[in-house]
Ligand binder design. Structure first.
Ligand code: AMP
Ligand code: ZN
Length: 492
């Protein structure tokens, strides 16, 4: 298959650019991962499903090999708060708290890291797709080294046991506000901020290293001859891990739009100040998943975790479908009706695949074998190559399906179309390419159907109807035929 030129919206230029990798051998991509202080909600999952979509499109449509790194933030304000002794969110499942605060942090974050990996696996984001999923606490020496470098170049200073980025010095030599236009009046020069998260109105000297506080995890740090025991700020973590695992500059950095400021802006400043290069060529940000016009977030309480949805009997593939259906750069609204409509659309394609399978007697051929199939795949992939236009790609697929019933196709065309759907499924990953499985009808259901048949033969129609209703309640229908009856699952 011919590879296609990929186009991406780069937040740096605020425009869609042709993607050209630094090194043709492999695209290097870094995604800001979860903060593992609780179960991730499906708003967070939008960010990860989007990053997964991007790496699949790069591989399948762009023909690249991809090195994909996604970090696990296992140390920050929230993980420290919630792993502390006496924290109300610590449960027995996590383990027994110890007197060692670093060990508690490790136990706590490992628990939520495992839960996260289970969740993304259910959404078909596979661990094997990552080159690495680095835990921040495993890269403390690299973070310290970067802080030293920034200080040596004159862009960091120590105050009260913590180290801060000197924004005034930096702004003399370099623009701050590359991803985001920052109003000059919002710069609060000489003011220091310790929190990991802050808003656009408080642009100040942000923290690179936080001095040790009582009862908090800490690491020794030999900074200019003094031991500054403490722990890293959130922003330095990603700068150091990306450099260690991918090198700088690398090609693509992803994350939700909320991370543009301050997290990514600070990442650029730190990496450029310490390593001397702009770290990233293409910054690509996903928009929010919203609930009734508001960002889904823990703090607003308007969130669902994947686990919440699975407990309601929702199929994780329908969640994946929903998160892929809207273009990543537009806000998407979460509703149960939307989830249901998406399920119908997904199953409609699945039915089509089953019918094609029957038509082609199970043979799958490369789309190139058939001009119409080859054209369909090109049309779908062209939409994906254009900044991952998933809604347009699906529109092309559905238009085709609506115009071509499997019965109207010859065997070879059906086989080549299966090849198209197999290729599309290398990206969507929500269908099974094969024969419709023959469902085993439970013994109890067959028994009821048999009873109904006998009642009917005996002209006991009231009893026969009652048994039919019982079967319907169980999700089955019986149909009388010329010489007997059939029983099958009721179509959903
Ligand atoms: P966190 O674990 O809070 O660091 O967030 C992990 C990722 O989820 C980040 O890339 C966020 O930008 C992203 N994110 C958080 N909330 C949403 C949302 N409602 N919709 C889309 N992405 C989100
Ligand atoms: Zn990050």
């Amino acid at each position: 298959m011919q590879s296609m030129q990929i186009y991406l919206r780069n937040t740096l230029s605020r425009s869609i650019e042709a993607f050209v990798p630094i090194d043709a051998a492999a695209v290097r991509m870094y995604s800001c991962g979860p903060t593992v202080y609780n179960y991730a909600h499906i708003g967070n999952m939008r960010a990860f499903v989007f990053a997964d979509l991007l790496q699949r499109v790069l591989r399948v449509v762009g023909g690249y090999s991809v090195q994909w790194v996604m970090n696990i933030t296992d140390i920050d304000d929230k993980t420290i708060r919630d792993s502390a002794v006496g924290s109300p969110t610590w449960t027995e499942d996590i383990g027994v708290q110890t007197d060692d605060v670093r060990e508690n942090l490790r136990l706590f974050t490992e628990f939520y890291t495992r839960a996260f990996i289970e969740d993304i696996t259910a959404l078909r984001i596979y661990e094997q797709s990552f080159t690495a999923m680095p835990r921040a606490t495993h890269y403390i020496p690299q973070m310290q080294e970067l802080i030293q470098k920034i200080a040596e170049k004159g862009f960091a200073y120590e105050r009260g046991g913590s180290v801060y980025f000197n924004l005034a010095a930096w702004r003399q030599v370099e623009q701050y506000g590359k991803l985001f236009t920052i109003d000059v009046e919002h710069f609060r020069e000489g003011v220091r901020i310790d929190a990991d998260e802050y808003d656009r109105e408080s642009v100040s000297d942000f923290v690179l290293w936080k001095g040790k506080k009582d009862h908090e995890p800490s690491w020794d740090f030999d900074f200019q001859g003094c031991n500054l025991a403490g722990r890293p700020g959130w922003h330095i973590e990603c700068s150091a891990m990306a450099r260690e695992l991918l090198g700088v500059p690398f090609d693509i950095h992803t994350g939700g739009v909320d991370l543009c400021f301050p997290h990514h802006e600070d990442e650029i400043a730190q990496s450029k100040a310490g390593y001397g290069v702009d770290p990233v060529r293409y910054w690509v940000h996903n928009e929010f998943l919203e609930v009734e016009g508001e960002k889904m977030s823990k703090s607003k309480g308007n969130f669902f975790t994947l686990r919440d949805l699975l407990a309601r009997g929702i199929d994780p593939l329908d969640v994946r479908w929903l998160l892929l259906a809207a273009h990543y750069g537009t806000k998407a609204n979460f509703t149960f009706a939307g989830l249901e409509a998406g399920r119908k659309a997904r199953l409609r394609v699945q039915e089509y695949i089953y019918e094609l399978w029957e038509r082609s007697s199970g043979s799958v051929q490369a789309p190139e074998a058939h001009a119409q199939a080859a054209a369909l795949r090109s049309a779908i992939f062209e939409e994906l190559a254009q900044d991952l236009q998933t809604p347009k790609a699906l529109a092309v697929l559905f238009t085709f399906i609506n115009q071509h019933t499997p019965k109207s196709l010859d065997t070879q065309c059906a086989a080549a179309l299966l090849g198209v759907l197999q290729d599309v499924n290398r990206i969507w990953d929500v269908w099974s390419i094969g024969a419709q499985p023959h469902e085993e009808i439970p013994h109890a259901v067959l028994h009821l159907a048999e009873e109904r048949w006998r009642a009917k033969q005996a002209k006991n129609f009231i009893e026969a109807d009652r048994l039919r209703a019982e079967l319907v309640a169980l999700g089955y229908v019986v149909n009388d035929t010329k010489d007997g009856y059939t029983v099958e699952r009721r179509p959903s």
